[in-house]
Design a binder for this molecule. Structure first.
Ligand code: SAH
Length: 222
């Protein structure tokens, strides 16, 4: 689908060159999947942050999105997306909608994106942006993501965008048994590691993809 940038304000930041620079940085940092690069080139990251900091939207940095939460580094978004795209998922669940940026990047790559947010303010704000852009394949829910979204399961892929101490069992149960892939920051001894787990006929394989820094995965709604 094509995105109508004219609907959004932002001085010069909608220019292709800002996003082209971002894509060059992603490539130089090792992102290879051309579909992921194409999607990140298309999605205007500045519309997911407040106008006051929009000029920083294409830097490789986490930025505040309100309620003490952050939009993730573009490199981390690209990395997590690249990890799951290896498995060619069609139905993806995201825990932690936040600004809606990661869900938007996914929406150009997969059939259906289900995304859960526990902060009502962010849930409503991101939903409005999805509507404004015109995404038809993003389904949002205001809930505690620890329990997943049973009615819509199984998912080919699950992306957790907040740091967990333990990956919730409910999410593992809602992951497809046929090459399902979950990626999540997991905390261990004060550090967060990006972990992926593949699931095949109840056989699990784990991999660590470096150190990351996400806000914590919390319980309940707010
Ligand atoms: N993916 C987001 C970045 C997320 S920041 C983006 O692209 O902008 C992490 C988000 O996870 C925050 O919005 C936080 O409120 C949310 N979160 C934390 N714990 C959660 C939970 N148990 N269920 C759902 N969302 C949660």
């Amino acid at each position: 689908m094509s995105i109508d940038f004219k609907k959004f304000s932002g001085i010069g930041m909608t220019s292709d060159s800002s996003r082209e620079k971002l894509v060059s940085m992603l490539k130089s940092e090792g992102i290879k999947n051309s579909d992921v690069l194409r999607s990140m080139r298309s999605i205007p990251r500045h519309i997911f942050v407040d106008e006051a900091i929009a000029s920083k939207a294409y830097d490789n940095t986490a930025l505040p999105i309100g309620k003490s939460q952050t939009i993730s580094h573009p490199l981390i978004v690209a990395k997590m997306t690249e990890i799951i795209m290896k498995y060619k998922p069609k139905r993806v669940l995201e825990i932690g909608t936040g600004s809606g940026y990661q869900a938007s990047v996914l929406s150009l790559l997969v059939d259906k994106v289900y995304t859960i947010e526990r902060i009502e303010y962010l849930h409503k704000k991101s939903k409005k942006i999805f509507q404004k852009i015109g995404f038809k394949n993003i389904y949002t829910k205001y809930a505690d993501g620890n329990i997943g979204w049973t009615q819509k399961s199984p998912f080919d892929a699950i992306i957790v965008t907040a740091g967990a101490i333990n990956i919730p069992d409910a999410l593992m149960n809602q992951l497809s048994n046929n090459n399902g892939i979950l990626v999540s920051p997991v905390e261990n001894s004060g550090k967060q590691y990006l972990k992926s787990i593949t699931k095949n006929n109840d056989h699990y394989k784990e991999e660590i993809h470096g150190i990351v820094k996400f806000v914590p995965l919390l319980s309940g709604i707010s």
